[in-house]
Design a binder for this molecule. Structure first.
Ligand SMILES: [Zn+2]
Length: 180
């Protein structure tokens, strides 16, 4: 049921449901299906299938309805999958990644960086310490981050090309200061 030729989609679901989960979901036909049918289809244990299904359920990609057999009392779970939500989740994933990249780019552009053997600091902090790090006992030396900035710009451009979502920038994102 997944458009598996898209590497972004594959990577995303691999993170969520693992390699086995990915294989299971590739074999799921459209429409409603029971967990036992999926298990038979893939020749694996129903418990493994259910584990995958509940993860997808948590992400609102899978839904189910139950049907109770009046005679046996047996409850059947009919599962179905929401393709729109797959798309939405993907957009969000790219969105989050872009926000992270933009935040990092903004930080890298925010000043001049100096590096000792143990970390990387802004010019102001290096100057304050007379360009000497007492922790690792080495000099703070100027770090040219031009190549990194260029790399980030290219990554952002690439990711922007992968999505057509409007209004990608949301909130402030998480401002993270990288150690080195
Ligand atoms: Zn140091």
């Amino acid at each position: 049921m997944f458009e598996t030729d898209d590497p972004l989609v594959r990577e995303y679901f691999r993170k969520m449901i693992g390699e086995e989960g990915l294989r299971i979901m590739e074999n799921v036909p459209e429409g409603e299906i029971t967990d036992r049918e999926i298990a038979t289809l893939n020749d694996i244990k129903p418990t493994s299938v259910r584990k995958v299904l509940y993860k997808l359920y948590e992400s609102r990609i899978a839904e189910y309805r139950t049907e109770r057999d009046d005679d046996s009392g047996w409850i059947t779970y009919w599962w179905s999958f929401n393709r729109d939500n797959v798309k939405k989740m993907m957009d969000k994933e790219v969105d989050d990644e872009l926000t992270g990249l933009r935040t990092k780019l903004e930080y890298e552009r925010s000043g001049e960086f100096y590096q000792c053997r143990c970390r990387c600091v802004l010019f102001e902090e290096a100057a304050e310490k007379d360009f000497w790090c007492e922790e690792c006992e080495s000099h703070f030396e100027y770090l040219d981050n031009g190549a990194l900035i260029k790399e980030l710009e290219e990554l952002i451009e690439e990711r922007e090309g992968e999505t057509k979502v409007e209004g990608l920038i949301k909130g402030d994102g998480e401002r993270r200061i990288e150690g080195s």
